[in-house]
Design a protein around this ligand. Structure first.
Ligand code: ATP
Ligand code: MG
Length: 280
């Protein structure tokens, strides 16, 4: 058979298959299966230490999978065809060292450094940089030193840096931390717009369950392994989760009628995460 004549079948954008990630010899992510389609907005929630950041880093190829595979656009992460297609805003991205003197504009430009070539000099990206700054609503602060921004504004600046790369996939780890409700809502609207109008795919880790519920198309609850994967309306209410935990705490984990209709599987292992908050 002539392989070259076979048309490639459209691969799902992100496929995580049987992934286990070890840190310090411990499996912190276990046997995770996840498929993300183009234009999807996936929210990942779960307790501290549940493996959310580790999973994101495995998707990026920063952490090696002990078992299983990750494919982005049908290729391993870090491979050439994937280069520039995935942008990451790490959990600590907004914690910039205070001795770094950078304006918002310069910070956003930094996101484009790796795309700079002799043929595409830095200056050519002015438009992308301005656009990204405008998208996060920081035009008026573009020339301000990032050290003089509020936490939420700094968060927007690092998101603008990711947006400026024109990546198709955005991996955002706790992007809402330190944001007041109006900023948070406008950022969520912006992310939603990216999915709908620009076909971007977003994977967002957050402790803000209300925000995830309101904006994500799908929620994954990760506690070492995937305990829930479904649409926001099917995600158990905090009350149901609390009830489950109460029953677990008091009766040692037997009898789990509550919430069965909500999460369908493995709900007896559902534990309300101490840091999972339902925002106003
Ligand atoms: N560099 C590291 N070396 C060893 N273990 C680590 C390292 N980083 C994280 N871990 C451990 O891996 C587990 C998963 O951590 P991870 O950061 O992925 O969780 P998380 O769900 O992102 O938590 P959080 O909500 O607090 O951000 C935790 O038990 C953590 O202690
Ligand atoms: Mg984390």
């Amino acid at each position: 058979m002539n392989e070259a004549s076979v048309a490639p079948s459209p691969a799902p954008l992100l496929v995580v298959q049987g992934v286990t990630v070890q840190r310090g010899g411990v499996s912190v992510v276990r046997d995770v299966n996840l498929t993300v389609k183009e234009g999807e907005f996936l929210g990942i929630v779960g307790p501290n230490g549940g493996g959310k950041s580790s999973l994101i880093q495995a998707i990026l190829g920063i952490l090696k999978c002990h078992k299983g595979t990750v494919d982005v656009f049908g290729y391993p992460p870090m491979s050439k065809p994937v280069s520039g297609k995935v942008a990451w805003v790490s959990q600590a991205a907004a914690n910039l060292p205070s001795n770094v003197r950078l304006t918002v504009r310069e910070l956003v430009q930094l996101g484009l450094l790796k795309q700079r070539t002799w043929f595409r000099p830095f200056q050519r990206h002015t438009e992308e940089v301005d656009q990204a700054i405008a998208m996060v609503g920081l035009e008026h602060l573009a020339h301000r030193d990032v050290a003089h921004l509020s936490g939420g504004q700094r968060q927007r600046a690092v998101i603008a840096r990711a947006l400026a790369t024109q990546a198709d996939v955005l991996l955002l780890d706790e992007p809402l931390v330190g944001m007041d409700p109006p900023s948070r809502n406008s950022l969520l609207k912006l992310l939603d717009k990216f999915c709908h109008d620009h076909g971007k795919t977003i994977v967002m880790v957050s402790h803000d369950l209300a925000a995830i519920r309101q904006s994500a198309h799908r929620i994954v609850y990760l506690e070492g392994t995937v305990r829930f994967d479904g649409s926001p309306p099917d995600f158990p209410s905090l009350e149901a989760l609390a009830k489950l935990r109460g029953i677990d705490d008091v009766h040692g984990g037997h009898h789990h009628d509550h919430g069965e209709e909500h999460c369908g599987h493995d709900h007896d292992q559902f534990v309300i995460p101490s840091n999972l908050k339902e925002a106003e």
